[in-house]
Every structure is written in C-alpha cells, then in structure tokens.
Design a protein around this ligand. Structure first.
Ligand SMILES: *Cc1c(COP(=O)(O)O)cnc(C)c1O
Length: 435
C-alpha cells in the first residue's frame, strides 16, 4: 500500500518510508491510499474474538501488504499484553479504559507498535540505526520511552522541560537507561519542541544520523489506536448494547479520534462521534463555523489535551474530502473549562463511585449532555487517575491509590542530561553521539 501526503505535493511513499520519515516532504501528513472495509463475517463474530485477534485482523487490513503476516501477528500480540475493558458508569454511559498499558496511558499501544514496526524494517531491509527524538510535556515521553525500551537498532532521546513535569511522569522516562536518554531542557515545553524541529531541519545533523519523530503524526503511532474501537464495539455487542453507539473521545492532537474514524470507514458500526475538548476549542469552533483557526494553547487541568493547532485535523479534513458538512454531521464537539472539569469529576465520584481523570472527565460530561434517547455512549478514559493524583485527590477529597506498576518507576534512579535551550548546544551533543 502507498501513502500520500495530505498536502498532495509530495511523492507517494511506501509504508517503510512513511514510518521512518514521519512527515512528508511537503510537511503534510501521510494517509493510506485505500481503507479496506472489514468483511461481514468479521463483524458477525467479533463479540467472541479476543482483543489480540481483533487487532490482528484490523492490522492486516492496513499493513498486510507490507509486513509479513507472521511477523505482523507477533508484533500485534507483543503490543497488546493487556486488556481494555469497558466499564459501566451510569445506565447509558460506559468507560472504555485505555489505561491498562505499561505506563497507564493509551499512547502505550501506538508507541510500542511503532517501535516494533521500525525494528521490523531495520531487520528486514538492513537499514542502519534510527534515532527517535521526542519532545514531551509528560505523557508522550513516558509512553514512547517505554514502548521503545530495549528495542534493538533504535535510540530514543526524550526532551522535557526542567521542573515542568510531574514526579511520576519524570520517573517514567528518566529511570530506564539502556537505549533511552532523557534530556532535561532548561526551558518550557515549546523550547523542547523547537529543539526537535530544528534538529529535523539541520542538514549536518541529518547527514550524521537517521532521525525520526514518534508523535501521532506518524502513521505507525496513530493507526493502531483503531484497535481500541473495534474491541469496544465487540464488548458492547456482547452486552446487546451496540445498536446506537456514540463514541466520545477526549482529544488534543486528534490522533486517537482520527484512528476511531478510520475504524468507522472500515465499516465499524458506530452511529456518531463526539470530540471532547478542554478549554482549547479550535475544533469545537470549526464545527460551529466551518472555519479552522489555530490559536496558542491554553494551560488546563487536562494538560495532555492542551493543543491549539491539532496536527491530525489535516487527516480528518482529508478523510472527508474537506467537507464541513460531512465532518459536522458525523462528529460533534464539546468544550469544558477547568471549573466544569472539577465539578463533573466530583459529581461523578459522588453519584457513581467511579474515579475519572481530568481528560476522561471531559468525555463523560460530553455524553451526559449530548446523548439522545435510545443511544448508548462510550467515552475513552485515556489515563489512569493516579497519573494526575494531586489534582484528582484534591477534587474528589479522597486518596487515589497508585498502581504497583506506577510506584515501581518511582523507585528507580533518575538519570538525565542537562541541556540549555540553545540549539547549538543540543546539536553539538547529538554530533558526539553514536549515529
Ligand atoms: C495524548 C492524550 C490525549 C489526547 O489524545 P490525542 O490523540 O492527542 O487527541 C488525551 N488524554 C490523555 C491522557 C493523553 O495522554
């Protein structure tokens, strides 16, 4: 299968090139040329299939032409070492818990899948070592670092702002060692991002080493998230509740909801979608007005969704032929202030006993406000509440317990390389590293 750029000014790319490069030459995002519909028998039997088997079938539809099927199966099974249960919260609202992976974040699946796919290409095509640069405000760094940990032929540099990530998050990428190097930048998140962008554009550096990125612009990172939605549908079908399903996705860069929409294009019977946002309301405004106007991001309690110019909007726009009418008839939006997040989280805990994290809270509230009679809503709970422990404890007035897996990270010894925000320092450092 070939991949085209959303800007349509770059040559078609193979899967390997799309994964290794990340972004097309014209700065567009890669899209698969075709989206295969899943066969009827797949949907007839889906309720009796395991998460892994469902995912392998979906992965074959995307990657089966380009990756040996036995290798693809091994790769999918290795990625999905955990389950994502659907849990009832109220009579009509269910939580799809995407946080049972190694770092308790839904990004674990995409990160691990991408790491293993890159490794497959390095092995089968004899490519030389690849270096992944990733800037993080917290969650992406931990998922990417853990997904790539110990994968031969790939080195990961995680750039994070000194003093600006939580202790739990920092421990998840600074204590690993091996092929993971944490770089503690004396600056803010935007400085980290600028260093990474400058590195990708620097010809001397690119001549010295193969560089790639691991955020959701990469097809290998965002597409595997489609697995979640087929698995959610299967679980709801088993309960006899799949007839009028509304899927609600708390969104930042819109990679996760974009994967859900790809699933829909493959025939997944979801009636409609809701993109739930915090105060960053660029997509919400687009739905109302038809005009897409990026803004600087606002800081909120749901900080993994603090995005003012969501990169995967380009993919959604392209998927529906740039039609505002098609997009707004399938997807609706919601936007919530920090105050609304607090009151909703507290209320949900008091009424149902279910502890939401700040991101999932936006999804839950959007369903509460928008669900029509006869519909059943499923929202993604995108992070374990313990990852935002201080915030959540203060709002619900009780102690969220920290899962063992998370506590184990905090036992490790922190190792990081201090770095200024001056690109020349970062470049000099990289030039001294093994290419
Ligand atoms: C990354 C993230 C999101 C946003 O996902 P996108 O794919 O960027 O839309 C939401 N919640 C949490 C906890 C995240 O880490």
């Amino acid at each position: 299968m070939k991949y085209y750029s959303t800007n349509r000014k770059a040559p078609l790319a193979s899967l390997q090139k799309a994964v290794v490069k990340g972004l097309a030459e014209d700065r567009g995002l890669y899209m698969p040329e075709r989206i295969h519909k899943m066969p009827k028998e797949f949907f007839d039997n889906i309720q009796d299939m395991s998460f892994r088997d469902i995912a392998y079938n979906v992965a074959s539809a995307f990657f089966g032409e380009d990756v040996d099927l036995d290798a693809l199966q091994e790769l999918v099974f290795d990625t999905l070492s955990f389950d994502c249960p659907v849990v009832k919260v109220t009579d009509h609202i269910y939580s799809l818990e995407l946080f049972h992976g190694p770092t308790l974040a839904f990004k674990d699946v995409g990160a691990r899948f991408m790491a293993r796919l890159l490794q497959y290409f390095i092995k089968t095509e004899g490519k030389s070592r690849v270096n992944v640069l990733v800037a993080t405000s917290g969650d992406t760094g931990s998922a990417v670092a853990n997904g790539f940990l110990g994968v031969d032929g790939i080195h990961v540099y995680v750039l994070y702002p000194k003093g600006k990530v939580s202790a739990i998050q920092e421990s998840q990428f600074t204590t690993l060692g091996k092929n993971i190097t944490a770089i503690e930048v004396d600056g803010v998140f935007d400085d980290c991002q600028a260093l990474v962008k400058s590195a990708f554009m620097d010809s001397e550096l690119n001549a010295h080493m193969n560089l790639t990125s691991a955020n959701s612009i990469n097809v290998a990172r965002f597409l595997p998230q489609a697995f979640y939605y087929f698995h959610a549908y299967a679980q709801m079908k088993k309960k006899g509740l799949a007839d009028e399903l509304v899927m609600c996705v708390p969104s930042g860069n819109f990679g996760n909801i974009c994967a859900a929409l790809f699933g829909h294009e493959m025939g997944l019977p979801i009636k409609r979608f809701i993109a739930a946002n915090n105060a960053n309301d660029v997509f919400f405004n687009y739905l109302q007005t038809g005009v897409y106007e990026p803004k600087p991001s606002l800081q909120t309690l749901a900080n993994a969704m603090d995005v003012g110019d969501p990169s995967n909007f380009a993919r959604i726009y392209d998927l529906y032929g740039q039609s505002h009418e098609r997009i707004s008839s399938l997807i609706s939006g919601a936007t919530y202030s920090d105050e609304q997040i607090c009151e909703t989280m507290k209320h949900c805990y008091e009424e149902t006993g279910y502890i939401l994290d700040p991101h999932g809270t936006c999804g839950y509230r959007a369903l509460q406000e928008n669900l029509l009679p006869g519909e059943t809503g499923v929202f993604c709970e995108t992070a374990h509440p313990a990852k935002f422990k201080e915030t959540v404890d203060a709002i619900i007035g009780t102690e969220v317990s920290i899962p063992d897996r998370l506590a184990a990270f905090m036992q490790g010894e922190k190792k990081s390389i201090p770095m200024s925000k001056d690109f020349n320092d970062f470049k000099a450092y990289l030039l001294q590293q093994e290419p």
